[in-house]
Every structure is written in structure tokens, then in C-alpha cells.
Design a protein around this ligand. Structure first.
Ligand SMILES: Nc1nc2c(ncn2[C@@H]2O[C@H](COP(=O)(O)OP(=O)(O)OP(=O)(O)O)[C@@H](O)[C@H]2O)c(=O)[nH]1
Ligand SMILES: [Mg+2]
Length: 296
């Protein structure tokens, strides 16, 4: 059934691509087709190519390379990026910079916390502490404790919102505190309310919503909408290495009104995490493979 669904979805996209505005010059229609094949929303693809169409001369519009660069330049404008992700900035209120990750089950929150902990400690030479609120899933604490041991950072386990302050006090001398949360279904109101109580008590400076790039746009948008009611200010897209198309990520960022902080590209800790980069994402949306990198 899922193979049939995928086939039908692909055929629909091919049809849409073939239905590119017939008046589009050759160079631009190729880029339009690429956007549609990558599942960029047709309104967004229309908007991008229309802007490019007004920027370039008739001659330039027939040059595939020039059109590619112009579309890429335009796509970048649709990709809001969290500038704080590429360097380490302390918080403004004197508390350790406190970052919580939350999101649906199994999307890679704990793995990403471990990657971030290693990046902050080894690359930025910062004092890092971990707090986990996930006493729900069997072996969840052990998973993070193993990473904490390897990286060499302390881990505090918090089972109830009332215990958070005590854990935060123990981390007072640190530069950064990373808080892992239990995966929650976006449809589980009771669990989302519980998450709100934890976050209200922890008062993190940043809450990153972790989403798997392998999910459909409908699922991703539902997660954005429901977790926003808890509190979210940034998005992390995981599992780019497993994603088949990347247009959906662009569509979600465009609709979600949140900045992209990080992307992850594999299971390996501490590698396979990158700060969000508009050029990188634009290249993926235009058909580049995750393993390939362009110079800019
Ligand atoms: N391919 C791929 N797998 C990943 C990536 N990040 C995490 N994973 C894998 O996804 C699976 C789930 O990862 P976790 O970090 O346990 O996910 P989680 O969100 O903490 O899960 P819960 O706490 O149960 O909600 C593991 O097998 C990870 O190795 C990634 O970028 N790419
Ligand atoms: Mg986890």
C-alpha cells in the first residue's frame, strides 16, 4: 500500500512539474520542475520563479546555470536560520544558556542532545551539563547516561517539575544546560500539558522542536501546530540522510514561522550535525544529495 501511495504521489508531482506555466522560458521551467519534484508547494514554487522571472533578462532566462543561481538565491530568502546556532553565545541574563529539545517520539532528540553536548564541549570548549526529563521510556536515562559518560559531562535526572530547580542549581557554574524530554505524540493532550509544566519550571532560553525530515508535510505541520501550544522557538530537522525530498522542509519553515537551528544527517555521535545554513538547504531543495557539499 505504501509503495502504491508513493507511486501515486510521485506521478502527481511529475504531472504538476509537467504542467509548469507553459510560458516559462526553458532555463526557468527546468528549475520550476526541479522544485515541484522536490515537493516544494506549488504556490511557493510559483512565487519563486515569478520573482526570478522579473529579475532576469530574456536572454538570461534561457540560460539554465543563471536561472539555477537566481532560483537558489531566491530560495535562501525563504529559509529563516537561527544565527545563534553556528557559534556559542552566552545567555543575556547570566544563567547558563539553557536549551530544551522536544518533539514527537523517536525523531532523534536524545541523539541530537549528545551531538550538541559534544559540540559545545569539544569545539566551543564550554562547560556542559545535561538534564533529562525522560523517565518515561524504559532505558531512556541509560541511553543519555552512556553518552554523558563518553563525552564527560554530568547528567541529572528529573522525574517531576518540582525537582527541576534543584537540578538547575546543581548546574549553576556551567555555560550551557541541555534538557532532553520524553518523546510525545502531538495528539496526546495530557502528555503535552505535562511537558508544559516541565518547561514552565525549567524556563529554558530556547526550545527547539525536533522533527524528522522523513515525515509527510501533514504530520510535520500537525506537530508544529500542537507543540507550538507548549512552546517552541526553533526547529531542528533530523534524518536528512533518510529523506527522499527536501521541499517539504522549505514548506514547513515557510508556514511555521520558526527559525532552523540545526540539521542532522546520520546516527553518528558526535558527528553528523550541522548548524542550519540557507545555502545548504537551498541546494538540497534543488536536488543536491546530503553527502554532496557546494563551496558556498
Ligand atoms: N538516519 C538517522 N538516524 C538518526 C538521526 N538522528 C537520530 N537517529 C536515529 O533515530 C533513532 C531514535 O533516536 P533517539 O535519539 O533515541 O530519538 P528520540 O527522539 O530521543 O526518541 P524518544 O526519546 O523515544 O522519543 C536512533 O536509532 C538514532 O540513531 C539522523 O540524523 N539520521
Ligand atoms: Mg530520547
Amino acid at each position: 500500500m505504501s509503495a502504491v501511495k508513493h507511486l501515486v504521489s510521485q506521478m502527481m508531482h511529475q504531472q504538476k512539474a509537467a504542467a509548469a506555466p507553459s510560458s516559462l522560458p526553458k532555463g526557468l521551467s527546468q528549475q520550476y520542475a526541479a522544485l515541484i519534484q522536490q515537493e516544494v508547494a506549488s504556490e511557493l514554487a510559483d512565487e519563486v520563479v515569478n520573482k526570478v522571472r522579473h529579475q532576469l533578462s530574456e536572454e538570461e532566462l534561457h540560460d539554465e546555470e543563471i536561472c539555477f543561481k537566481a532560483v537558489r538565491r531566491e530560495l535562501v530568502r525563504y529559509l529563516p536560520i537561527d544565527a545563534d546556532a553556528s557559534e556559542f553565545k552566552p545567555s543575556k541574563d547570566g544563567r547558563p544558556r539553557t536549551i530544551a529539545l522536544m518533539g514527537p517520539t523517536g525523531v532523534g532528540k536524545t541523539t541530537t542532545i549528545a551531538k550538541l553536548a559534544a559540540t559545545f564541549k569539544l569545539k566551543h570548549k564550554k562547560n556542559v551539563a545535561l538534564i533529562t526529563l525522560d523517565t518515561y521510556r524504559i532505558a531512556a536515562v541509560d541511553q543519555l547516561r552512556t553518552y554523558a559518560g563518553i563525552i564527560g559531562v554530568p547528567l541529572h535526572v528529573v522525574a517531576r517539575p518540582q525537582e527541576i530547580q534543584k537540578a538547575l542549581n546543581l548546574c549553576k557554574g556551567c555555560d550551557v544546560i541541555l534538557i532532553d524530554t520524553a518523546g510525545r505524540s502531538q495528539r496526546d493532550d495530557a502528555r503535552l500539558t505535562e511537558l508544559t509544566a516541565f518547561l514552565d519550571a525549567a524556563k529554558p532560553h530556547e526550545v527547539h522542536l525536533v522533527l524528522s525530515s522523513t515525515c509527510s508535510q501533514t504530520v510535520l505541520m500537525e506537530a508544529v501546530q500542537r507543540f507550538s501550544q507548549v512552546r517552541t522557538d526553533r526547529i531542528i530537522f533530523t534524518k536528512l540522510d533518510e529523506a527522499v525530498t527536501f521541499g517539504v522542509l522549505l514548506n514547513v519553515l515557510d508556514k511555521a514561522d520558526m527559525r532552523l537551528s540545526y540539521v542532522t544527517t546520520g546516527q553518528e555521535v558526535p558527528h553528523q550535525i550541522e548548524p542550519g545554513c540557507p545555502n545548504r538547504l537551498a541546494d538540497l531543495v534543488l536536488g543536491q544529495q546530503v553527502g554532496e557539499r557546494s563551496d558556498s
